[in-house]
Design a binder for this molecule. Structure first.
Ligand code: AMP
Length: 306
């Protein structure tokens, strides 16, 4: 996790204000969005470059969370209007959540432009965002090595066709179990993964919350359990953080070999465990490589049998 060897990783996604209520309390208009979580998580491994959009209500102190982590924000456009706002409430079990509001705001007319300096970036993470925007970014990127994407029920419900187009062009899909079954119209995780792999992505990573994550690839299945925690405060962004940690590790090089993918799974899992311990991005801000590596060490100890 040496900072000086950080390689560029292009991330497109939402930069948002989230209003979240969980059994542990609430946060109003706090920094969120798929790109925010993914970029801050990835910053411990690589040099994230973010493409996104914010409104004029997004101030310097919000942007400073990116600056503090060395995230390149030249691709974040700032326009008149309101920043994307998402409002959700979690039930007692922390797993079920109700989306109370998705206000796209400035996203409605967003036409992402990748700054010239980012166009050759080899690793591209299409964070959870309108699949049409994911496609537009993909069309501008040149000579990518690995493209990964994330999505959620909102887009499966409202933009399935565009989503199928993006799926044809990505190497890796991150998706949670319920959404995988919804997308594939299957009733088991394995059935869903196989069906989705036929839609395009060679690797499908199914996130199962506190039950860990499973990676399905060509003649390859890998499972990593979640880190066991005594306190969960806010699960928002766990998936995006997982993607940031996983793909941040992959962008260091090492390819798609089993060993490297298994390592990426553990980094993603560990980063996600920090995210759920606090509201907004607070759990993943100002971590040190040592703290992250220690938690990963405990995870590895727990799953090493020989
Ligand atoms: P996760 O908990 O991993 O599903 O991610 C939640 C984050 O995704 C929140 O910070 C939201 O701001 C963001 N988000 C929620 N709905 C959408 C959407 N339709 N498009 C893009 N980002 C979203």
């Amino acid at each position: 996790m040496e900072q000086e060897t950080r390689r560029p990783l292009l991330i497109v996604g939402s930069v948002a204000f989230d209003s979240v209520e969980t059994p542990q309390g609430r946060a109003d208009m706090a920094l969120g969005g798929s790109a925010s979580y993914a970029a801050i998580a990835a910053s411990y491994f690589s040099q994230p470059q973010v493409v996104g959009i914010v409104g004029d209500d997004f101030h310097g102190h919000h942007m400073s969370k990116f600056h503090d982590h060395g995230v390149d924000v030249r691709g974040i456009e700032s326009v008149a209007g309101k920043t994307f706002h998402w409002k959700g409430r979690y039930r007692e079990n922390f797993k079920d959540r109700d989306t109370l509001e998705t206000a796209l705001n400035v996203f409605q007319h967003f036409n992402p432009t990748i700054p010239a300096a980012y166009r050759d970036t080899k690793y591209v993470l299409l964070g959870n965002i309108d699949p049409k925007l994911q496609l537009s970014v993909l069309n501008q990127a040149k000579g990518t090595d690995i493209v990964a994407m994330d999505t959620m029920n909102f887009w499966i419900d409202t933009a399935r066709e565009a989503l199928r187009e993006v799926l044809k062009r990505v190497d890796i899909l991150f998706i949670n179990d319920e959404e995988a079954m919804q997308l594939a119209d299957e009733w088991t995780v394995l059935g869903a993964a196989e069906s989705i792999r036929r839609m395009g992505p060679k690797y499908v990573i199914i996130k199962r919350g506190e039950h860990g994550a499973v990676l399905f690839g060509p003649e390859l299945t890998l499972f990593v359990p979640a880190v066991l925690l005594t306190s969960v405060v806010d699960p928002t962004g766990a998936g995006d953080t997982f993607a940031g940690g996983f793909f941040g590790h992959l962008s260091r090089g090492g390819g798609l070999e089993r060993e490297n993918l298994a390592q990426a799974l553990t980094w993603g899992t560990v980063m996600a465990s920090f995210a759920v311990e606090a509201f907004s991005v607070d759990g993943i801000c100002r971590l040190s490589p040592r703290v992250i590596a220690e938690r990963r060490g405990s995870l590895i100890d727990m799953i090493r049998y020989e």
